[in-house]
Write a protein that binds this ligand. Structure first.
Ligand SMILES: Nc1ncnc2c1ncn2[C@@H]1O[C@H](COP(=O)(O)OP(=O)(O)OP(=O)(O)O)[C@@H](O)[C@H]1O
Ligand SMILES: [Mg+2]
Length: 459
């Protein structure tokens, strides 16, 4: 570990010299300033971990130095050195964010303890920040929200597959996030600075799709005025996202199979082979294996596409993702519509959790967007949601009216849902506030949305 740097700001040169020799002996790197201005400059240049600052100094006193340092964005820990007459200012400095103060003449032992404490605190803060970063990383993947085990394992596969060139087949009902996963695969790959090209296979007729994918030579079919590059060529070096792959005709299936086998193709009406370096991600909301069994989708193509499969479960099977997703969309649309919103009003999460979400995340996103637009207060309430998902009115929500009369399970439910509403859906923060485990919250959420029988013990 590198040595901590300490800046001594004091106008008395003998005091500085004394401290310097002690601190150097202790193994610290030492900087000296003879007044507040000089100290501020050194702070900017060297970012010392700790500042030992005299209170009374020319050009800028200790408190003013502390404030200016904070304004500059310095995170140095301040220990003030004060004479009896200036204890008041030292206390003021503490209020302004100094770590501690020592009274002159300085008790060196105490000073060294303060310095160690300040450094230890910094280490802990940095560790906690690192931990928070890692927690965020665990829950988020390029804007994809989901702390359910189901989505976490999707993230795991995406992270592992992304850096490779393997073809990925993304499966899942409409609105489950297939396109988002396709984009994440690209963004997390070494191809991220090359094009990400999407083709909606269902939107085009067979002829148009062929020419869209492979391009065409001049006059190759009616309407083909000039020569045109296809999407395969456009995606060269990058990723080609074939959306709704389950819809392609047998002819295009054959052509696609050939590209996957040989990485080359001919433009429509052309004979010269075109070579491309393209990573393919395909998606469908159909049960592709059933299509294969029914003879509508080529088995060999299916296996070529399905090198790595990512299956996104429907939202109703991972309802514990609802609080986090709702919070994510509230933030997104509050920003988009310029509204100040705190989050969900009491009882709203209950309505969101009880709904079946046939349209999956897209339906939730649309419901929240609509609610943000309609909302008249600082919190989204059930009344702002589409009528289909308002559900039965929840009982009165304040704790006063629950006790006595409610069962412990009911009180616990109110406590968990209200805390989640206040924590913007973060199960981690809610667990911390309630001093229970995240697993317990996740389990209860499953229970409240009817996924497990109440009273079953958490796994
Ligand atoms: N886990 C998630 N986190 C954040 N946003 C999500 C998540 N899943 C889906 N969304 C959002 O929901 C909407 C629908 O997602 P997407 O378009 O990826 O679904 P899809 O599976 O491709 O649907 P379809 O089959 O209808 O094309 C998008 O706006 C997307 O950003
Ligand atoms: Mg899609």
């Amino acid at each position: 570990m590198s040595r901590a740097t300490i800046l001594i700001a004091d106008d008395e040169s003998t005091a500085r010299a004394g401290l310097r020799s002690i601190l150097t002996e202790e193994g610290y790197e030492v900087l000296e300033a003879e007044d507040g201005e000089a100290a501020l400059q050194l702070l900017g240049q060297h970012a010392p971990e700790v500042v030992l600052s005299d209170v009374r100094m020319p050009r800028r006193d200790g408190n003013s130095l502390l404030r200016a340092a904070k304004e500059q964005g310095s995170d140095a820990s301040f220990v003030m050195m004060t004479a009896f007459g200036t204890i008041e200012s030292a206390v003021e400095a503490m209020r302004a964010g100094a770590e501690n103060y020592v009274i002159k003449p300085i008790d060196v032992g105490a000073l060294l303890v303060f310095i160690e404490k300040a450094l230890e605190k910094r280490r802990l803060v940095h560790e906690a920040e690192g931990l928070r970063e890692r927690v965020r990383e665990r829950y988020k993947l390029e804007g994809i929200i989901g702390d359910s085990p189901e989505l976490q394992s999707v993230f795991e596969v995406v992270k592992r597959a992304a850096p490779t060139k393997a073809t990925v087949l993304v499966l899942g009902e409409s609105g489950t996030g297939k396109e988002l996963v396709a984009q994440a695969l690209h963004e997390l790959s070494p191809r991220k600075d090359k094009p990400f090209v999407k083709v909606s296979c269902a939107a085009l007729s067979e002829t148009l799709l062929e020419s869209e994918l492979f391009g065409h030579e001049k006059g190759s079919f009616t309407g083909a005025a000039g020569r045109r590059e296809g999407r395969f060529e456009a995606a060269d070096g990058g990723t080609l996202f074939l959306d709704e792959i389950g819809e392609i005709s047998p002819t295009v299936q054959v052509k696609l199979l050939r590209v996957l086998q040989t990485r080359s193709f001919e433009r429509v009406g052309g004979t010269a082979p075109v070579q491309v370096d393209v990573r393919i991600v395909a998606a469908t909301n159909r049960d592709l294996l059933a299509e294969v069994k029914a003879g509508r989708f080529r088995e060999d193509l299916y296996y070529r596409l399905n090198v790595v499969a990512v299956t996104l479960p429907p939202l109703r099977r991972r309802r514990m993702d609802i609080p986090g997703l709702a919070a994510h969309f509230i933030e997104k649309y509050a920003k988009a519509y310029g509204k100040e919103l705190r989050g969900l009003a009491p009882g709203t999460l209950h309505a969101l959790l009880s709904h079946d979400w046939p349209g999956n995340v897209r339906e939730l996103e649309n419901a929240i967007e609509r609610a943000v637009v309609l909302c008249q207060s600082a919190e989204l309430s059930a009344d702002d949601l589409p009528t289909t998902l308002r559900g039965p009115r929840p009982e009165t929500r304040d704790a006063q009216s629950l006790i006595p009369g409610a069962t412990f399970a009911q009180i616990e439910r109110e406590a968990i849902l209200r805390t989640l509403e206040l924590c913007q859906g973060s199960t981690a923060r809610a667990a911390e506030m309630l001093d229970i485990s995240v697993r317990k919250i996740q389990y209860r959420l499953k229970e409240y949305s009817g996924d497990v029988k109440p009273g079953d013990a958490p796994e």
